[in-house]
Design a protein around this ligand. Structure first.
Ligand SMILES: [Zn+2]
Length: 218
């Protein structure tokens, strides 16, 4: 555990990320049942143009609220709950075990400084702690330019905006490896696809996408 994680564990006793009641699994049984019943927790693995994408929810309702709180309301401790959603599902685990390395979609240092934590990094790391086949690596994919906020742009503009925004360093570490790329939300796929392309060009064998949610509105 690094300093930030120690601090978080100290400040926040384990609670269910949904109802807030104390719970050592970070999501309680009744909230989990409710999420399943209301078809909010619906782990899916889909395939587009040869790229596999696994997500556990639509970007809607309570899950959307939780993601927004996690990203913008300083609720960093929710990373435990989000990683539980992946590692407690058999289908998702079987899928993840086919890969060697998990890499978070990077943020620029400026963004990390503003937020105080890197939200994709915390979750990706926690998933690797739980899935022994996966190694978490950082400093592989880096963002080499500040881009406009994607949500303000049209679909076409989003693809242009992220073009050549990323680059791979420490290439030898991903050579011929099967990579999972983790991001919080899949919207148009512009960011994920640009990152996946960059990783493949750098010599990885395969890349698949893993996100908490998929936004069907866009
Ligand atoms: Zn609960």
């Amino acid at each position: 555990m690094n300093f930030l994680e120690n601090m978080l564990a100290f400040i926040f006793p384990p609670v269910c990320g949904i109802c807030g009641k104390e719970n050592e699994n970070y999501v309680c049984k009744s909230c989990m049942e409710k999420l399943k019943l209301e078809k909010i927790y619906v782990p899916q693995i889909i395939n587009y143009d040869g790229i596999k994408h696994c997500y556990i929810s639509e970007y809607d309702g309570i899950m959307r609220q939780k993601i927004l709180q996690y990203k913008f309301k300083n609720k960093a401790y929710l990373y435990k709950m989000f990683s539980e959603f992946f590692v407690k599902n058999e289908k998702v685990c079987r899928f993840l075990k086919n890969y060697d390395i998990i890499i978070p979609v990077p943020m620029t240092n400026k963004k990390i400084a503003q937020r105080g934590y890197n939200q994709t990094e915390l979750i990706a790391k926690e998933i690797a702690v739980n899935i022994k086949e996966l190694t978490y690596l950082k400093n592989i994919l880096i963002k080499q330019k500040e881009i406009q906020v994607q949500s303000t742009l049209s679909q076409k503009e989003r693809f242009n905006n992220v073009k050549n925004a990323y680059k791979v360093q420490n290439m030898q570490k991903i050579k011929e490896k099967n990579i999972i790329l983790f991001d919080d939300i899949y919207t148009t796929g512009a960011t994920c696809r640009e990152c996946a392309k960059t990783i493949i060009e750098a010599g990885a064998k395969t890349v698949a996408l893993l996100t908490i949610a998929k936004d069907f509105e866009k």
